[in-house]
Design a protein around this ligand. Sequence first.
Ligand SMILES: *Cc1c(COP(=O)(O)O)cnc(C)c1O
Length: 408
Amino acid sequence: MLTAPKKKPNSKSKDKKSAYFDHAAGTYLSNQALAAMMPFFNKDFGNPSSLHSEGKKAEMGLKDSRRMAADLIGALPENIVFTSGGTESDNLAIYGIAKAHEKHGKHIISSPIEHHAVINSLEDLKKQGWEITYVQPDSKGFIKIGDIVKAIRPDTVLISLAYANNEIGTIYPIPEIGKQILQYRKTNNTIYPFFHTDACQAAGYLDLDVEKLHVDLMAISGSKIYGPKGVGMLYVRRGVTIKPQIMGGDQERGARSGTENTPGIAGLVKALELAQKNREKESARLEVLLKYLWEKIHKLIPDIRLNGPEIGPQRLPNNLNISFLDTEGEALLLYLDEYGIMCSTGSACAARTLEPSHVLKALGIPAVEARGAARFSLGMRNTKKDIDYLMKYLPATVKKLREISRMN
Ligand SMILES: *Cc1c(COP(=O)(O)O)cnc(C)c1O
């Protein structure tokens, strides 16, 4: 494994010293979200379940957050379950449905390019006797709706597909898929299968109206939308029963016990409000930046490959995943970090060997290409200046890594 260079860039340079391109992994908290959280730390600090006035104040705040969250996704307040993040929301959706409906059947449909919060939950259920069908995507991550419908069996209880992929930005036509699932249920006169979507990456850029999406469950995380980390929510359609996975004082109408994270929830909901309010404008702005970055890379660096769909309506406007042939993504990440440039890699460094990303692998991208993958995910504070700063160092860094790789 390569290590990062020792030499720091010239500290006298007047140029920008850092550029953050890892918004798909984590965003800074917006000032508005922070302001929304503040009162609940030590002013309205009560436990929302307490009956006295301090408790009532906290309960009022929680109630406001819940109503606002519901409004933002076209749902009712009682459809919202606040959780500890995207991972718990996905887990609650999958285990919650599985454990409540296993008498009907033990089959779930998903894709091999889902987030680990979904994949690892499904693989765990597999060990408990469940059957999982992973519908094969094409090389850009798309799945034929027909293939999903064909995979439905009488014992299928759940279909789980991300709204937008976190690694390669592929956007799924959730409204169309949802419609087809509804049609199947109607034709077969059944309430199954339920439809869950992981909207953690989509929440900043796409329409979240659950009626248009025709979803029964939808997961959202605070940390990808300029809200706080460790807080999320799960939408659960009325009439859809889930088995709680955390037992205790029956908070969240029994769906998720534990004292509610009142500051976190207020921050999450404020972040979601801003994300949905600004999503069209911000998507358009980021797509221009993304195209600018892609064109520069395309022009200045040979032997590259865009992973995922073309830039456009079927790709998240902030996601660029590129394989730089004859490089290792992780080395590239570490070299760029020395210049204050932060991105992420398609590969996870596991057990001292470079494991290619499960997503790129599932798309049939050869291991040598997958190893050289880097993801640049743009966000709110990025401007053309950041791209120019990145492009000052990226071509030479890639060239250097290729020279090193040829020497070995
Ligand atoms: C980040 C992310 C998650 C996990 O969310 P946490 O809040 O970190 O638990 C799940 N799914 C997707 C698509 C994500 O991007």
